[in-house]
Design a protein around this ligand. Structure first.
Ligand code: ATR
Length: 272
């Protein structure tokens, strides 16, 4: 039986074991998937111990995604560009591959689950931290007309645009602004800030939402976030981050096992 886990701190609330157990049952894969609490100052040691003990891979969550990029001996391009890793593969020879399935998970949730194509669309990304970095390349690859990154600290958004511009030939659709300079309507608005954790609302103007726009908060909880409530109040179609969570897990499962599980029934069950 192959062993996988999710590493974080805290980790008790993680839904990943439930999600991967459902995927394993659905695809007939023989594996176990556990939660692993890592000391805040012991992430690298935790990873190396798991790899040495023959575990096959791990997901990485808060606050270790940036550190995980440093622990990997090889990085997938999307993880290297994001500077963040949420999926580790432990190879037989001792290699540790780092990948990032958060972006593909977000795109799958938007395109497949919400049924909103991103090609030719105007996308507004709120926030310029780790969560935002992780999703930029996969969104760009869908061919949007524009991705505008709005951040409270404007300089951080500028740095992100410069970083992607320096590494990608096709980053011309990417630009940055402050919240006060958000201009025009967007088809899709993604909240990648950590504002929802503190029950805060990023200062996005209602005019940013085209009629019927999709507003997605990467966070999820029992209640809609302030951002979701705001967007719904201005006519947007709203989504929380649960679909993205399930889809990033499906992408990780596919990397590890070579088979992509179905997600629709599980997502429905988790919402019920
Ligand atoms: P994460 O890994 O979740 O992205 P992070 O790297 O700490 O966490 O980034 C948090 C993001 O949320 C940042 O873009 C932050 O804006 P600043 O760069 O100006 O700090 C944004 N953020 C946090 N609280 C916010 C709030 N109340 N309103 C708007 N943006 C907020």
């Amino acid at each position: 039986t192959d062993k996988y886990c999710v590493i974080g701190n805290p980790i008790a609330h993680s839904k990943s074991p439930e999600i991967h157990a459902a995927f394993a049952a659905e695809t007939g894969q023989d594996l176990i998937y556990e939660r692993r609490l890592s000391p805040l100052d012991g992430f690298a040691a935790t990873v190396r111990e798991l790899a040495a003990q023959g575990w096959r891979g791990a997901n990485v969550t808060v606050p270790f995604k940036l550190e995980a990029a440093g622990v990997a001996t090889r990085l997938a391009e999307r993880a290297r560009l994001a500077g963040a890793v949420n999926t580790l593969l432990f190879e037989a020879g001792g290699g540790i591959v780092g990948d990032n399935t958060d972006g593909p998970g977000l795109v799958a949730d938007i395109v497949r689950n919400a049924g909103v194509a991103l090609a030719g669309k105007r996308v507004l990304l709120l926030g310029a931290g780790g969560a935002a970095r992780g999703v930029i390349l996969p969104i760009l690859q869908e061919g949007p007309a524009a991705i505008v990154i709005a951040n409270r600290t404007r300089a951080t958004a500028d740095e992100l645009v410069a970083h992607f511009g320096a590494h990608l030939a096709h980053a011309g659709q990417l630009s940055a602004c402050g919240y006060d300079a958000i201009d025009g309507g967007f088809d899709v608005v993604v909240n990648a800030t950590s504002a929802s954790l503190g029950a805060a609302l990023p200062p996005v103007p209602a005019t940013a939402l085209k009629p019927g726009a999709l507003a997605l908060d990467m966070m999820y909880g029992k209640e809609p976030s302030p951002f979701m409530a705001f967007a719904a109040g201005h006519g947007a179609v709203v989504r929380d981050g649960l679909g993205m969570l399930v889809e990033q897990a499906a992408e990780a499962f596919a990397l590890w096992r070579g088979v992509r599980p179905q997600t629709a029934a599980l997502l429905q069950r988790l919402r019920a």
